[in-house]
Design a protein around this ligand. Structure first.
Ligand SMILES: CCCCCCCC/C=C\CCCCCCCC(=O)N[C@@H](CO)[C@H](O)/C=C/CCCCCCCCCCCCC
Ligand SMILES: [Ca+2]
Ligand SMILES: [Zn+2]
Length: 271
């Protein structure tokens, strides 16, 4: 019986042919080629977006700690993803999926708006416990049928879409609507690539182009780049109502390649 650490012991194998470009890296493009771009370039950009938040304002130490948790979780998700595609091992698959689950848990427990809490949950502390318990139970259940884990994780994105839609209904700022539209566009392209790789592999192998999972890595990282400032924008509107958040693009709105971020207008002095 193969060890849970051994190469190709995972339940899932992506469309890219194994060990074609390297004897030690099972799926080269999913591990290094393009994934390296997405996680080692776009994730630091996300860090800068998050760092701008801390550096620019007098941010409470608790918010700084929350962002640190998110950064560590995102970095681990990137590293575990590379380990998984390098080995296609059972442990790699679970580390990849569980790190995404726990990153989502961190984001939900810190930034889920209080107005959407279930009726029985009164404080963020209670919501924190609810998220923690649900995540621990989901972690245990993930060992039952690991093939289903990724589908369950993708369903969480639909919940995020629903929340975005609820928030946009209350918001008139055109810049926010534009940023949400761009985030959804990247996510739609990402999920299409993920499903194509899973379900239409026979077709991509027939035309010798089995690289859609590596596209997914880049596209989901792009979507996250727009998701972070949006989450921060809505969070500031709820938690710091005296500030006025504004979505901006670096270096400027008109550039074809931009990094989105949030700025805050100083609070009005109270008499
Ligand atoms: C203050 C900012 C808060 C922002 C919250 C952002 C929360 C980010 C959470 C998770 C990061 C996801 C990282 C994706 C890593 C992909 C690794 C991967 O490719 N894994 C596959 C196997 O290699 C696996 O099959 C994929 C599983 C599905 C993962 C689904 C993740 C959903 C993430 C939702 C992203 C939101 C984008 C916007 C949605 C409208
Ligand atoms: Ca493969
Ligand atoms: Zn992957």
């Amino acid at each position: 019986m193969p060890s849970i650490f051994s190469y190709q012991s995972a339940e899932v194998d992506w469309c890219e042919s194994n060990f074609v470009r390297s004897a030690v890296i099972a799926e080269y493009y999913n591990t290094d080629g393009i994934s390296l771009f997405s996680f080692l370039l776009l994730t630091p950009l996300n860090f800068l977006v998050l760092e701008g938040l801390v550096g620019g304002w007098n941010f409470a130490i608790s918010s700084w700690m929350e962002l640190c948790h998110l950064k560590v979780s995102l970095l681990l998700a990137g590293l575990f993803s590379m380990y998984f595609h390098m080995t296609l091992s059972y442990v790699g698959q679970l580390l990849d999926e569980l790190s995404i689950l726990w990153t989502l848990a961190v984001a939900y427990s810190f930034w889920y708006p209080q107005c959407y809490f279930p009726k029985c949950i009164k404080t963020r502390r209670h919501f924190f416990w609810l998220t923690g318990t649900t995540t621990v139970i989901s972690t245990l259940m993930s060992f039952v049928k690991p093939t289903l884990n990724a589908y369950a994780l993708n369903c969480i994105a639909f919940h995020l879409l629903y929340l975005t839609w609820r928030e946009l209904k209350k918001c008139n700022d055109k810049r926010v609507h534009r940023m949400a539209a761009v985030m959804v566009m990247w996510w739609a392209l990402a999920i299409t690539s993920w499903i194509s790789d899973r379900w239409l592999c026979w077709l991509w192998q027939a035309i010798n182009f089995p690289y859609f999972h590596s596209f997914w890595h880049v596209l989901i990282a792009m979507s996250l780049l727009y998701c972070c400032p949006l989450v921060i924008y809505f969070n500031v509107s709820y938690e710091m109502p005296s500030f006025k958040p504004k979505l901006e693009y670096w270096p400027s709105d008109s550039w074809p390649v931009v990094v989105p971020y949030v700025t805050l207008e100083e609070p009005h002095k109270q008499c």
